[in-house]
Design a protein around this ligand. Structure first.
Ligand code: NAP
Length: 313
């Protein structure tokens, strides 16, 4: 039986692990088959404080993992298939490990950016295809960029990318945008943004170096065309990784875990959430790390209170 199990090894889970390990809570961290979270899919991270020259995403995550291990966190590789939070201790069914039990659980399983699923897309992730403007926009100074999507994320990313790009083309599969009016207006007022609406993306076309562009179908005429671009930013939403919870933790309609305001507490005492699995607004490594720290402190207080109750009983 473990005092705490942390599920997920992005910046939120690893920060929680560092704090809990330093508090002698001996956390067990379950890392999935692709440890490190979304940061390992980006190249250089230039906005994490403390690294004036930037740091590779994979290196940052590897450093955080070593830091947690140094204080006594242990790691096991496996994928959590289901949980039982209806009775204590909590039970986790973990593929590759078996059944685990814990007094408390921290959920930091993150969210996965949705991809279009078209040819050429996955082959060029990190080579012109990105799902994170804040992470990768800087690498496209003076270049042509396409942003795909019609929601708030696409508007926000397109507006943000005009700081770097010579031109940002917004490609959306319908005529109408899903984005809020204020975000649409902001994007529409931006002279650097051009619009290719009613276009379905068909293929990311690589060039000799970098990308050639995005092949799309004009849904009005049925004709196909190549929209030239050095970068393609896919901004069609994220999916929080909460399916394995089987509805036992309260989420919003999109599946993001709802925490009590200003805390990491979920609807079940002893179960905490941090990072992108409960944050659809900020989604930054530093905010995830900060929320991981909050979850560790909330969890520590919870375990202390439980121990206190046990002594009194
Ligand atoms: P979203 O609102 O779900 O929008 C996703 C967009 O991608 C939609 O326009 C959708 O097209 C398009 N799309 C989805 N799958 C596609 C596919 N396979 N091929 C082509 N296009 C596809 O997602 P989001 O923009 O990430 O926003 C998520 C939530 O976060 C929203 O509640 C949003 O308000 C919030 N958010 C807020 C802010 C802010 O306030 N600053 C910033 C970002 C996000 P259709 O419209 O045709 O379905």
């Amino acid at each position: 039986m473990h005092k705490t199990i942390i599920i997920g090894t992005g910046p939120a889970g690893l920060t929680a692990a560092i704090y809990l390990a330093r508090a002698n809570m001996e956390p067990l961290v379950i890392e999935g088959w692709q440890p490190g979270g979304q940061l390992t899919t980006t190249t250089e991270v230039e906005n994490f404080p403390g690294f004036p020259e930037g740091i590779l995403g994979s290196e940052l995550m590897s450093n955080m993992r070593k830091q947690a291990q140094r204080f006594g966190a242990t790691f096991k590789t496996g994928s959590v298939r289901s949980v039982d939070f209806s009775k204590r201790p909590f039970t986790l069914e973990v593929e590759g490990i078996g059944q685990l039990q814990a007094e408390s659980v921290i959920i930091s399983t993150g969210a996965s950016a949705k991809y279009l699923g078209i040819p050429g897309e996955q082959d060029n992730v990190g080579r012109g295809v990105s799902t994170c403007a804040t992470c990768d926009g800087f690498f496209f100074r003076g270049k042509k960029i396409i942003v795909v999507g019609g929601g708030d994320s696409a508007m926000e990313e397109a507006s943000f990318l005009t700081r770097f790009a010579s031109e940002v083309r917004l490609v959306h599969r319908r005529e109408e945008l899903r984005a809020s009016k204020i975000m649409q207006d902001r994007a529409r007022e931006n002279e650097k943004i051009t619009w290719s609406l009613n276009r379905t993306p068909l293929e990311v076309v690589p060039g000799d170096i970098g990308l050639k562009g995005l092949r799309v179908r004009n849904n009005e005429t049925g004709e196909e065309e190549l929209l030239e671009a050095d970068g393609v930013f896919v901004a069609i939403g994220h999916t929080p990784n909460t399916g394995f919870l089987g509805g036992q933790i309260t989420t919003d309609e999109q599946g993001y875990i709802l925490v009590k305001p200003g805390t990491s507490e979920t609807n079940i005492p002893g179960v905490f959430a941090c990072g992108d699995v409960q944050d659809k607004i900020y989604r930054q490594a530093i905010t995830a790390a900060g929320s991981g720290c909050m979850a560790a402190l909330d969890c520590e207080r919870y375990l202390e209170a439980q121990a206190h109750e046990a002594v009194k009983a």
